[in-house]
Design a protein around this ligand. Structure first.
Ligand SMILES: [Zn+2]
Length: 326
């Protein structure tokens, strides 16, 4: 039986998994990401070797290695253009390096693209051909699948849903634009909104939930408060959902997807968030695609990137074997 290796290189953790061809994780390791380029490269190799050693799977039984990482990735050449969390990590020929060290085929892509691929092949998007994935967290990312294939765009920059403007006169964004979605629904903004309202005198059980320490407010705490009927928390999710819904209405009009999958920490607010999103899309998007599109939470959770990395191997290896039939 063939196996796949998935690598999820994040700013905080480096995760490596051995998966079967269905995307089931057989063994997983996670370490804190090292500091500095050389140390990280070495850590990737060691983690892959460790997973192989622990499972006793031979390299000859592994189809290849998929690696997902944030930032701009040249998936064709397997080069990571930039990743600010790791010092010196610019134009790193990750594919070439890992192939030379491990001697297995290596494929590299952006982490949100791989999460999208994971959800498409093994998660909430199974069976669909046109899906859009949204990840909510510190940043807001997006992945697009058209007719079963990841859509990367002409400069590999497609999917930046977080930088679609929802307010022409909004605050300046790091990307240079104004009023981007990320400035309204990113973790930091959601927390700031709650804290400012409470400091301004709004009554809310959020304050009690963090025992008065407003620095401890997180989106999770705001979800808990909303579930207990807290007015302020409910309003925050309502507004967050409305902004996401406004952007997704544009996505529905532009791409007419079957499914929109929403993942990331904030998506755990569940119904509180999904109801205003669905309502806004129904109100604003063209009626035929708006009626058809399903807006659902991601299924694979924190492993989506790892599973997607494994699935990338399967997709790319299939392309190669169809080019060179036996
Ligand atoms: Zn922006």
């Amino acid at each position: 039986m063939q196996h796949l290796i998935g690598v999820d290189l994040g700013g905080t953790n480096l995760k490596v998994a051995l998966l079967d061809k269905k995307g089931e994780i057989r063994k997983k390791t996670s370490v804190l990401t090292a500091r500095g380029k050389q140390a990280v490269l070495q850590q990737i190799i060691e983690s892959i070797e460790k997973v192989l050693e622990k499972t006793g799977v031979k390299k000859s039984a592994v189809l290849g290695i998929g690696i997902g990482t944030p930032g701009l990735v040249d998936n064709i050449h397997g080069i990571v253009r930039g990743f600010t969390n790791i010092k010196g990590w610019r134009n790193v020929p990750l594919k070439e390096y890992v192939e030379r060290e491990i001697k297995l085929p290596v494929y590299v892509d952006n982490d949100v693209n791989l999460m999208t691929l994971g959800e498409l092949m093994c998660g909430a998007g199974r069976g669909a051909k046109n899906i859009v994935c949204l990840t909510l967290g510190t940043g807001v990312g997006g992945g697009i699948v058209i007719e079963g294939n990841l859509y990367r765009g002409s400069t590999l920059s497609a999917g930046e849903i977080g930088h679609v403007s929802v307010n022409a006169d909004g605050p300046r964004c790091i990307c240079g634009s104004y009023g981007c979605l990320e400035r309204y629904v990113g973790n930091a903004y959601i927390v700031k909104k709650a804290v400012e309202a409470i400091e301004g005198g709004r009554r809310s059980i959020i304050k009690k939930l963090v025992e008065g320490d407003l620095k401890a407010v997180t989106p999770r705490v705001i979800s808990r408060a909303a579930r207990q009927g807290d007015r302020l928390a409910g309003e925050i999710w309502e507004e967050t959902g409305r902004y996401i819904g406004i952007v997704l209405s544009g996505v529905v009009n532009l791409l007419d997807p079957e499914i929109i999958v929403i993942g990331g920490g904030v998506a755990q607010a569940g119904r509180l968030l999904f109801e205003p999103i669905r309502k806004t899309v129904k109100e604003r998007a063209m009626s035929i695609p708006a009626r058809k599109v399903k807006i659902v939470p991601a299924k694979l959770g924190k492993d989506a990137g790892l599973i997607g990395a494994g699935m990338l191997v399967k997709v790319e290896a299939n392309k190669i074997s169809s080019l060179h039939p036996a």
